[in-house]
Design a protein around this ligand. Structure first.
Ligand code: SF4
Ligand code: SF4
Ligand code: SF4
Length: 580
């Protein structure tokens, strides 16, 4: 586990379900020792994996300790609060939030939205002074990383300005005492990257989730504090910059400051929407100027991964709109500060693989023709070919392919069933045989044995036409309860029968032994069943997890059968209760 990275995996909690692989827009996840680890160089810190991980194994680094330490050492620390606070602390008066944050030890609380207003002004000035036709801009570090790493051909369209957060910190530094330090709180995991790259005056970026926990640990309830008109944001309240956390908010601020007419504005939020929108932008030469705003989270930062408050985007937007003073305030002394940016993020060079290499990778997971390529997505990749490429570049492992694992498990199970020194049969709820071995067929006479020779496994044959004690199977199918160690005489055989539920009410199995045949020993059966369990446990559980089935129950039932056989093996020819 690398806790120093902004987003990381707690390996012990990973259930290798590949949900994060599926959701990761840039496939920055590598499977190592059956855990889904993030390759930080490939990651764009969108936090999608954190939101979808069912076991909480994906984490956003918590930097509260770093900030607390600075406060405890008596440092002057100002907190920059993202404008999405209005959607996170619903119906909380700004003075209540400021008072609560100051109780944690911060000297001042300021709105990142002030930096957003600086950026709006900077972008408007750029458009006014340029003949360029296309401008891309974003307040979102994830979009910046995504474009620089994966779509470098669009980088030339970006407005070369720092983010609202960086602009805000520059402004605060210009009006604060030397050695003042700054921290940020907001809905975003990617902001940590910005802070990691800044100078020593920048402490850390926290999430709203971190702030809630910090309040709780300190027994501070912002809602319980009295509104206090003397508590205001430092050095003043923001205005239209407060709209930045909703898509289109940046456009609103630029429009209000732009001199030119006839500029067309577009906004795309959500990574998939951005990728779809950008496709062939480089081939587009419009006859007018176009400005495009981009945000990685669908609907904007109000849906960021660090938000605790989960409500509909409509309500979040309403909370922002109805609490922002949407005026362009030109009087504030924000605009003399240089907010030009030089971004140094290198593009990712992807491996290029020849067709024969891809084909050979596909064969590693049993896909030798096009019809074998199911493109089911259970591995986390959109297609079998994408998965093959991930195998080649070392990000994926063969056992991520559910269809391959299922075939493998089925082959193993068939081999083991064949090798068992007792009759084994598996049937479905309609009493159709799914699988049986030769020992089973031989117990029921030469005719059944001949049919078995023609149709190995007797797949589809009706169990109730072959087995006189088929009611045992029906009983287990109905009740879901195992029937272990029933005994009966049949055709000069003394049969010991254990029927067990494999999939409750759906699939039933049985182990049948002729206990008069001397070479059939219970110890052998116990050993074989143990082998079945041992060899299949990992595979069965993995497949079942991928397919959402309950494998552990099946395993418990098999173990019950095994235990029963063990007990009777110890008694060896002891008296058994008839329960047919
Ligand atoms: S989503 Fe699944 S594979 Fe990814 S970290 Fe969480 S448990 Fe592991
Ligand atoms: S944060 Fe985003 S880019 Fe990084 S691994 Fe998670 S889903 Fe992928
Ligand atoms: S949209 Fe906002 S919250 Fe989401 S990644 Fe971008 S900056 Fe962070």
């Amino acid at each position: 586990m690398n806790e120093l990275k902004p987003i990381y995996t707690k390996k012990a909690d990973c259930q290798d379900c590949y949900k994060c692989v599926r959701e990761c827009p840039v496939k920055a996840i590598k499977i190592e020792d059956n855990s889904a680890c993030i390759v930080d160089e490939l990651c764009i810190h969108c936090g999608k994996c954190v939101l979808v991980c069912p076991s909480g194994a994906k984490k956003i680094r918590n930097d509260v300790a770093k900030v607390r330490q600075a406060i405890d050492m008596g440092r002057n620390v100002i907190l920059s609060v993202a404008p999405s606070w209005r959607a996170e602390f619903v119906q909380l008066h700004s003075s209540q939030l400021i008072s609560a944050i100051k109780k944690l030890g911060f000297s001042q609380v300021s709105e990142t939205a002030i930096g957003a207003q600086m950026v709006s002004k900077g972008v408007a000035d750029l458009i006014d002074s340029s003949d360029n036709k296309i401008f891309l801009s974003t307040a979102c570090p994830t979009v910046v990383e995504m474009m620089y790493k994966y779509y470098p051909k669009f980088v030339a369209y970006f407005t070369p300005l720092v983010s609202p957060l960086a602009a805000h910190v520059k402004y605060l530094a210009s009006i604060s005492a030397p050695n003042t330090q700054f921290a940020f709180v907001g809905p975003c995991a990617a902001k940590k990257i910005e802070f990691d790259l800044f100078n020593e005056n920048i402490l850390a970026a926290l999430t709203f989730e971190n702030l809630h926990k910090w309040f709780e640990e300190s027994n501070i309830d912002p809602y319980a504090l009295d509104p206090d008109s003397s508590e205001t944001f430092y050095p003043f309240d923001s205005s239209d910059g407060g709209l930045y956390p909703i898509d289109g908010g940046m456009i609103s601020g630029i429009k209000g400051r732009l001199q030119k007419q006839n500029v067309e504005f577009m906004c795309f939020s959500g990574i998939k929407a951005i990728i779809a929108a950008m496709g062939d932008l480089d081939k587009f030469s419009p006859n007018r100027q176009i400005f495009i705003e981009l945000l990685a989270c669908g609907g904007g930062c109000v849906n960021g991964p660090g938000m605790r408050h989960k409500e509909s985007t409509v309500l979040k937007r309403d909370n922002v709109y109805s609490n922002v003073v949407n005026t362009i305030d030109f009087d504030k002394p924000l605009y003399g500060i240089n907010i030009g940016a030089e971004i140094q993020i290198k593009p990712i060079i992807s491996g290029v693989y020849s067709e024969p290499m891809i084909r050979s990778a596909l064969q590693r997971v049993g896909k030798s023709s096009l019809k074998d390529e199911l493109n089911c997505g259970s591995c986390g990749y959109d297609s079998c070919r994408d998965f093959a490429v991930a195998l080649l570049n070392g990000k994926a492992m063969e056992n991520m392919c559910a269809s391959y694992m299922r075939k493998l498990a089925s082959k193993k199970a068939n081999a083991l069933i064949k090798a068992m020194p007792a009759g084994v049969v598996i049937a479905d709820s309609a009493m159709r045989i799914i699988e049986c071995n030769k020992h089973f067929a031989s117990i029921f006479g030469s005719e059944i044995e001949m049919i078995f020779e023609a149709t190995p496994g007797l797949e589809g044959a009706m169990l109730n036409k072959i087995v006189p004690f088929y009611k045992l199977f029906q009983k287990v199918l109905v009740t879901g309860e195992d029937l272990v160690d029933s005994e009966m005489d049949y055709n000069n055989h003394r049969l010991n029968i254990s029927v067990f539920s494999i999939e409750r009410n759906q699939v039933v199995g049985a182990v049948i032994q002729d206990i008069r045949v001397p070479h059939v020993r219970r110890e052998q059966v116990v050993k074989r069943v143990e082998e079945v369990i041992k060899l299949n446990l990992e595979t069965v559980q993995k497949i079942a997890y991928l397919l959402g089935e309950n494998a552990s129950e099946t395993e418990i039932r098999l173990n019950n059968v095994l235990e029963a056989f063990k007990e009777t093996a110890e008694v060896d020819n002891g008296v058994h209760t008839e329960n047919i």
